[in-house]
Design a protein around this ligand. Sequence first.
Ligand SMILES: Cc1cc2nc3c(=O)[nH]c(=O)nc-3n(C[C@H](O)[C@H](O)[C@H](O)COP(=O)(O)O)c2cc1C
Length: 224
Amino acid sequence: MSSRTKPASLSANVPVWVPQPGNRVVLAVPDTGEAGTLSGALTRRRSIREYQDKPLSLEHVSRLLWAAQGVTGVGGLRTAPSAGAIYPLKAYLIASQVSGLTPGIYRFEPDTNELAFVQKGDRRRLLFQSAMGQECVKMSPAAVLLVSWNKRMQGEFGDHAEKLILIECGHAAQNFLLEAVSLGLGGIGLAKFDADAIRTAVAFRTDEEPRYLLLAGHPGIPGK
Ligand SMILES: Cc1cc2nc3c(=O)[nH]c(=O)nc-3n(C[C@H](O)[C@H](O)[C@H](O)COP(=O)(O)O)c2cc1C
């Protein structure tokens, strides 16, 4: 028997061969080139660190925030899964160049799909400094800081809470990044930042902990 064998027919529901150690099953290849498909977005997703000097629209940031933490189900169930459906994450929009929005910090309110104004001013320089001088932070027209409110998670899951929160951040971030691709934008997730310094850049609550900084913008080369 060949060591590479075609998969059994799914409809048959019964293996037509008995695998031997070392055998391989050839998998189906997704249609990665097709626009508008999840496979296409997964294929095109790359960490983008250079952005054009061009604003995002309010529609863009709405879609990105919704992808990360939007409500999609009865009882407040969201786009990203959450252990125990506790939803410990909050998303703060740092709007530097968003059409129709005064530069500043806004908190995403998933239940009403609104932005709550928090603080005025272009925070890019402070954010750039807290992200240890990563140039992409200065270039991106909008960023989303995912923070966590840990108390309820810790009450429910004790020592496991930290792990669960970080896993959930990954889910939300990937949603954001794939939505960016589907909108023709570029994005990146940054974990390299100083947690204390980022508090001076973004006025989130003292009982919230910064977890992941997501950037988005029109992909581009500086000066072009
Ligand atoms: C948890 C996490 C943290 C990351 N933090 C940073 C970061 O602070 N700065 C940066 O430039 N890239 C950061 N990245 C992006 C990785 O460098 C990038 O995903 C990797 O090089 C693979 O490239 P790709 O995302 O284009 O596939 C981070 C990625 C992950 C998953």
